[in-house]
Design a protein around this ligand. Sequence first.
Ligand code: KG4
Ligand code: ZN
Length: 334
Amino acid sequence: MIVLGVESSCDETGLALYDTERGLLSHALHSQVAMHEEYGGVVPELASRDHIRRALPLLEQTLKGAGIAKGDIDAIAYTQGPGLAGALLVGSSVACSLALALDKPVLGVHHLEGHLLSPLLATERPDFPFIALLVSGGHTQLMRVDGVGRYTLLGETLDDAAGEAFDKSAKLLGLGYPGGPAISRLAEFGDPAAYTLPRPMLHSKDFNFSFSGLKTAVLTVVKNHDEKVIANICEQDKANIARGFVDAIVDVLTAKCVNALRHTGLKRLVIAGGVGANAQLRASLNAAADKRKFRVFYPELEFCTDNGAMIAFAGALRLERNPALATRDYAFNV
Ligand code: KG4
Ligand code: ZN
C-alpha cells in the first residue's frame, strides 16, 4: 500500500510517499523559516498562503522522486491537527481534493502521533514498548508507547513547551527565529559556571514540566546587566547566558526521562520533535543511557522537525492495522 502524506500544520509544507512494503519512497519539504524570520515568529496568514503556493509543486516533486504516478497512490494521510487553522485547512483541502479526484480514501493524522512514530523511520528502530519524550515548539510530553495507537500520557508541560522556551529565550538574547538552533550553537561557547539558572520541577515526583520560570530567569539575567540593553551585552556573556539556559533545560529533560524509565522499568527511550535535534540534549541523554544501561533512539535529523514523511508513515502504520480508518468522506476536518 502506498500512502501519500501531507503536512502543513505550521511553517513547513511537507509531502511524502510511504510504501508499506518498500518503506519511504520519497519526500519533499519547503520550510518557510526565511519568510517568517523578519517578523520574529510565524505569521499565520503568510503561512497559509505559502502552503497554497508550495503544495502542488511539492506533490509533483515527490511523485517524480518516487517514480510513480498519482494513480498509484492507495490512500492519503494529512495532518488534521493540532496546528494553525488556515495552514491545516490548506493541507486537508489538498489531500481531500486529490483523494476525491483519484477516488482514494483519506485519513486525518494527529500531528503529534507523526512526531512520536518518526524514530521508527530510522534504520535503527526501537521495538515497543518504549518511553517517548516529545519535545516540539508547541508540546512537551512524556509518554509510554505500547504500540501504534497505544499511548499513555505520563506527564506534560504545565506552561511553555521546551521549543517555546528555546525560542523565547533566544529572542531575549537578540537571536533570530527560530531561536532553538541559534541558542544551542551559541551555548557551545559559553562558560557553564557563569550562570546557574533554575531547573523547574526537577525534583517533583511527577513527570510534568514547567519552563516559563526558566524563560523569566533568562529575562532577569538579561535585565540585570548594567548596560540594560541586550545589544550591549558582550558576545561572551550572551554565550554564557545561553549556556546557563541550555544546561538547565537539558538537565530537566534528561532527569524526567530517566525517572520515567525507572518508574516503568522500560529500557528504551525515544526522542521526537524539533528539540530532539538539539546536540546538547542528545549528548546528555546518550551519557545517561551509557550510565544507566538503557537505549535511546532518535529520528533522523531531517525528520525531527515537521515533515511529510512522518505523516505518510503514521498514516500507513494506522491503515496497515485497520484499513477501515480511511474514509471517502471528503469533508475537511481540521
Ligand atoms: O517539531 P517542530 O518542527 O514543530 C512543532 O511541531 O512545534 O519543532 C520546532 C521547535 C522550535 O521551537 C525550534 O526552535 C526547536 O524545535 N528546535 C530546536 C532545535 N532545532 C529545532 N531547539 C533546540 N535545538 C535545536 N537544534
Ligand atoms: Zn511538529
